[in-house]
Every structure is written in C-alpha cells, then in structure tokens.
Design a protein around this ligand. Structure first.
Ligand code: THU
Length: 138
C-alpha cells in the first residue's frame, strides 16, 4: 500500500493550488491545478489551458502528466496526483483524464483532490477507472 507523508501531501496541495493561478480559463473561469508526484519525489505541475474551440481544452492533470513524460518519466513512474479545483467540492478527475492517468499509474497509485474547504479526498487509480481501455493488437 502506498503511504504518503502529511508533509508531502501538504506540499502537493500547495503546489496544485499555486499552479491553478496560471490556468488559462477565460471561458469557464474554472482554474484547476494538478501536482504529480514521481517515485523519486520529484513534483510536476500543470494547469488547464482552454481554447476558443472548446474541445481542444487541456485539463490540469494531463498538462502535468505530459510535462513529466517530456522530462523522461514513463509508465509506473508515479506515486500520486493532487488535484485542486476551486470552490467547496473536491472534484475527481474527468473521464478523459482518468483514462490518460491510468495508462501511466499503477492500480494502487493515489489520486487526491483538494478544494477551498481544506478537505482532501483520495481514491486509488483502480477505483477511479476499474476497466480502463488498453490497446492490444488484434
Ligand atoms: N478541468 C480540468 O482541468 N480537470 C478536470 O478533471 C475537469 C475539468 C478543466 C477543463 C476546463 O478548462 C474547466 O476545468 C471546466 O471544465
């Protein structure tokens, strides 16, 4: 079982909230931040980046993950992700992000969500997306 110290959780929470301020969200005005924890303790952050063509929007979780991959990280290299969404509901990742995260996360990797209540909710990856699509050549 993955155990993350209170200090690291607080660091992730602060990082996710801090990066949400950089979100480009002129359409929804919903600024989201994500902090991704790699196995060796390194943290990658990301925010949502919207577009006038709404479907091209990139969520905070995928922004953080893609930055980590560009830095050389791969499947199984991650311990946890902390999401921050503004308001009083600590939201889980959207369905698209669950599928993308599940490609890189182990089933026991943890997804946390924080918001403005101070509460933090956690789910193992396997609970957020029990039957992820996996590609296998026919
Ligand atoms: N958003 C995220 O960044 N992550 C999620 O998991 C859900 C939604 C963003 C996308 C869009 O810019 C805004 O929140 C409203 O949906």
């Amino acid at each position: 079982m993955i155990k993350i110290s209170k200090k690291i959780l607080e660091t992730l929470e602060a990082a996710a909230k801090r990066v949400s301020r950089n979100a480009y969200a002129p359409y929804s005005r919903f600024q989201v931040g994500a902090a991704l924890l790699a196995e060796d303790g390194e943290i990658y952050v990301g925010c949502n980046v919207e577009n006038a063509s709404f479907g091209l929007t990139n969520c905070a979780e995928r922004s953080a993950l893609f930055t980590a991959v560009a830095d050389g990280r791969g499947r199984g290299d991650f311990t946890a992700l902390m999401l921050y969404t503004p308001g009083d509901k600590c939201n889980p990742p959207c369905g698209a992000c669950r599928q993308v995260l599940s490609e890189f996360f182990r089933p026991e990797s943890l997804v946390y969500s924080s918001c403005d209540t101070g509460e933090v909710v956690a789910w193992p990856m396997s609970e957020l997306l029990p039957d992820a699509f996996e590609f296998s050549t026919p």
